[in-house]
Design a binder for this molecule. Structure first.
Ligand SMILES: [Zn+2]
Length: 312
């Protein structure tokens, strides 16, 4: 039997119900339901126009709290059903069960609570950033910079490299083409990081090596960064050379971005800005800078770094 407690909510609807109340809820089909009456209870729950039920699980006795929100009623029931299914399973360590739980938690805590935003994103996207980051599992841009869905169009590859235009098609420049020409992102951010295995592969690469590998072929995109690192820090330890190259390769990628005519055009017009970022996960800080490009500048350098800052 359902046991009910009632307390005020801003929307005028609040219900605390035990697990057994699920059957009561399940009995309603209803986008058209305007009021709910729980079996054997005098309490009638009136649903405000365009409001739906949101289910939050508490920590005790699998009690559920419902309150009004802007979500489809059916979605709430779907979450209840999913949680029940999950609760009934053994707690055997299974990475996909963990992912299932995380997804349902995202659905309940994020998707449902921001339903209007997600409905808008289902129609279109207008990200502020195109992000190029390393595939390294420790360097998730969304985690460290808090990007929300729709904010960052992202491509990740080994060592966060951008090949030059003449390199030909790759998934990285395909993503860049879409982000710049179709989405018209105003910012491209290339994020490098500490202890990058791709950069270590680049720095330890043997010249004229006979053996081939996809990694070797790919990281050779950063050859110019390797050369400048050898020139500037060749006397230092391999670790320090790699650290130097991790940042040098970011600037190499920023310069390579300008070899794409459609990127160079938008940068010149002031419609697109190019930024570098370096995430040091050993000390947990983030360095950020912006590349300034002056087309047709006579004498001196066409390029400069500005707005360098350290977030620590
Ligand atoms: Zn890396």
């Amino acid at each position: 039997m359902a046991s009910l407690l009632r307390s005020p909510l801003p929307c005028g609807l609040n219900l605390t119900a035990s697990t057994s109340d699920h059957e009561a809820f399940a009995g309603f089909s209803a986008s058209s339901v305007r009021a709910l009456k729980i079996s054997n209870s005098p309490l009638i729950l009136r649903r405000p126009r365009n409001a739906y039920l949101r289910i939050l699980r508490s920590n005790e006795k699998r009690v559920y709290v419902t309150e009004a929100s802007e979500e489809p009623f059916g979605l709430s029931q779907e979450i209840i059903d999913s949680e029940q299914r999950f609760a009934e399973r053994d707690t055997v360590l299974d990475p996909f069960k963990e992912l299932e739980y995380r997804f349902l938690d995202f659905k309940r805590r994020n998707y449902v609570e921001n339903l209007v935003n997600y409905q808008n994103l289902a129609q279109q996207q207008a990200p502020k950033f195109m992000v190029v980051a390393c595939a390294d599992s420790r360097v998730c841009p969304t985690s460290i910079l808090g990007f929300q869905p729709g904010e960052a169009f992202t491509v990740r590859n080994v060592a966060n490299l951008v090949p030059p235009f003449e390199h030909g098609a790759s998934e990285t420049n395909a993503a860049l083409e879409f982000a710049v020409n179709s989405l018209e992102v105003p910012n491209i951010l290339v994020i490098g990081h500490s202890r990058c295995g791709g950069i270590q592969a680049l720095m330890s690469m043997k010249e004229n090596a006979e053996s081939r590998s996809f990694i070797r072929d790919w990281v050779s995109v950063g050859k110019s960064a390797r050369l400048s690192t050898k020139a500037a820090a060749g006397g230092q330890s391999f670790e320090m050379q790699c650290r130097h190259c991790e940042k040098e390769s970011i600037n190499g990628s920023l310069l390579n971005l300008l070899t794409y005519p459609w990127i160079e055009k938008r940068v010149t017009e002031g419609a697109l800005a190019l930024h570098g970022g370096y995430y040091d996960f050993v000390n947990c800080n983030f360095e950020k800078w912006t590349l300034v490009y002056r087309k047709g500048l006579e004498g001196g350098s066409k390029y400069a770094i500005k707005d360098r800052c350290l977030w620590s």
